[in-house]
Design a protein around this ligand. Structure first.
Ligand code: NAD
Length: 516
């Protein structure tokens, strides 16, 4: 069993970067072995309040420093992320149990998010002139003002990518950040933050706090000028209710039960290999990974045979190198839920086509990637998110049937269509109710397209991260209009009488000119 390559000096430095004065700690486990990786300092609600006060002060100067300065600093951070890729991968693997390759995807994604926000912020947020109702008589400009300090709550499963998608956009928009890291992702987040501090982000501008969600997460929500929450739908709803009391804006990135439709014009072998990645990457502990597959009857038998073969052939393992295709689940709670979903399904008549067993011989939280058929609505894994390496495969006949089945969910986060004909795939993609739809990929197409918005429909969330939409979360739009004095705007009955006809004429002319 491999020990974590993280050095004691790295861990000690990370601990010093947590905003925590309680003197208490909590043990954090190395998923590969179940041993204690480190003792993470715990923050108090006072620590959260202090962090906000310091970030608020730092934010005033950061906002004044302007886009060009922020862009320079963030692009430097981008380079440091790449320089420190190996360390960041070590941290992500040590905390989540992912493979080296999946940890690399996180680093690559975090760097991409940083580059995008650094380069796009000015264009998205510089504001500018807008048409007024009375050309020349009134001029109007829009200015975007940073909201202040954002509260960011980040889960354990993708600590680098998810943190970057919220935090870097907030920084690029001129905001400060108080971030609550999950215990099981704190070292990764602190290593990410350190790169930004070394690049020139003021240390007080971005604070990291730790602690129980119901206490420290609630304190982060309470003080925030805007809240970015990533996590389960149940917790997201609680955060939204709390934020609503202060009329604080929120973006909620929540759960999913993501479908994949496999059409009968695909090559079954390639579709099976791509489906295995879509379902089992990061052990299915990814909000956008696939948990339901609907395969068209013409290719169903061959696809299922190949899918079982590919899944059974995946190399499970713990290692800080590229020796494994699939890693460990992250925690005992994850293992319990995955095992419970599989046992419940089997007890109610589902068939295991591949996997289905815990693998304590590899590490305490390993579980084989699992393919089920015969899953019915009576089973827990039918509609509820497993958030693990378990997928249910069903067969359909018509496209209409597949679309109805894919949309039959309270969630609407991500979906996928595998098609031989791109046209057919894109046509079906347009009919699916989800915030992102990928054709001939599980989720990586949209997830890595950081210039495009990401978010959920239905119970999968509110608001969007990434793209200009992700930046606009962190600003208030302020409209500034000026009466030029060219013509006095009407005030009295007499003035209205004089101007009514010219204004009606003006409205007709503006419409003819198609001026908005
Ligand atoms: P969770 O909701 O249990 O916890 C998420 C975070 O919220 C944790 O850091 C937790 O400490 C904190 N928290 C708990 N109660 C809180 C409260 N009252 N106020 C503020 N913060 C609180 O989720 P989890 O099990 O850690 O993560 C898995 C879930 O996250 C899955 O449902 C997954 O689909 C979802 N997720 C969604 C996305 C997305 O982008 N849509 C990304 C990753 C994970």
């Amino acid at each position: 069993m491999p020990a974590s390559p993280l050095s004691p000096s790295f861990i000690a430095a990370a601990h010093r970067d947590v905003s925590a004065t309680t003197g208490t700690t909590v043990p954090v486990t190395l998923p590969f072995t179940g041993e204690v990786l480190h003792e993470l300092p715990r923050s108090s609600t006072e620590d959260v309040q202090d962090a906000y006060s310091r970030s608020r002060l730092a934010q005033l100067a950061w906002a004044r420093a302007g886009f060009a300065h922020r862009r320079r600093v963030l692009l430097r951070a981008h380079d440091l992320l790449l320089d420190r890729a190996a360390l960041l991968q070590d941290a992500v693997q040590s905390e989540t149990g992912k493979t080296r390759g999946q940890a690399f995807e996180e680093v690559f994604q975090a760097a991409g998010v940083t580059r995008f926000n650094a380069l796009a912020a000015r264009g998205a947020l510089r504001g500018g002139r807008r048409h007024s109702a009375l050309p020349l008589v009134v001029t109007t400009r829009v200015r975007y003002r940073p909201k202040g300090v954002a509260g960011v709550i980040t889960p354990w499963n993708y600590p680098l990518s998810l943190a970057a998608m919220d935090v870097v956009a907030a920084l690029a928009a001129g905001c400060g950040v108080v971030q609550k890291a999950d215990d099981q992702g704190a070292l990764s987040i602190l290593a990410l933050r350190r790169a930004f501090i070394d690049a020139g982000v003021p240390a007080e501008l971005w604070a990291v706090v730790t602690g129980e969600g119901g206490i420290i997460g609630a304190a982060v929500t309470e003080e925030a000028d805007y809240v970015c929450f990533t996590g389960s739908t149940a917790t997201g709803r609680r955060v939204a209710v709390q934020a609503a009391r202060n009329l604080t804006g929120v973006s909620l990135e929540l759960g999913g039960k993501n479908p994949l439709i496999v059409l009968d014009d695909v090559g079954p072998a390639r579709a099976a290999a791509d489906a295995a990645n879509a379902c089992f990457s990061a052990m299915g502990q990814l909000c956008v990974s696939i948990e339901r597959i609907y395969v068209q009857r013409g290719v169903a038998a061959e696809f299922l045979r190949e899918f079982g073969r590919v899944t059974g052939g995946l190399r499970l393992g713990a290692g800080f190198d590229h020796s494994a295709d699939v890693g460990s689940l992250t925690s005992p709670a994850q293992l319990d839920r995955v095992r419970a979903h599989v046992e419940d399904a089997v007890a109610k008549g589902a068939t295991i086509e591949a996997g289905g067993r815990a693998r304590p011989d590899l590490g305490p939280f390993f579980f084989e990637p699992t393919v089920l058929t015969g899953v019915t609505a009576a089973m827990d894994c039918f509609a509820a998110e497993t958030f693990g390496p378990v997928v249910a495969v069903s067969v359909f006949d018509t496209e209409q049937e597949a679309i109805l089945a894919a949309n039959d969910s309270e969630f609407g986060l991500n979906a996928s269509v595998f098609a031989g004909s791109a046209r057919r795939g894109l046509r079906l993609a347009g009919a699916i109710e989800a915030g992102s739809v990928n054709v001939n990929e599980g989720y990586r197409g949209s997830f890595s397209s950081v210039a495009a918005p990401m978010g959920g429909l239905k119970q999968s969330g509110l608001g969007r991260r990434n793209g200009p939409e992700g930046l606009l979360r962190f600003v208030d739009a302020i409209t500034i209009s000026r009466a030029t004095g060219l013509i006095q705007l009407p005030r009295t009955g007499r003035e209205f009488e004089a101007l009514t006809r010219p204004m009606l004429l003006l409205a007709r002319v503006l419409k003819t000119l198609r001026r908005r």
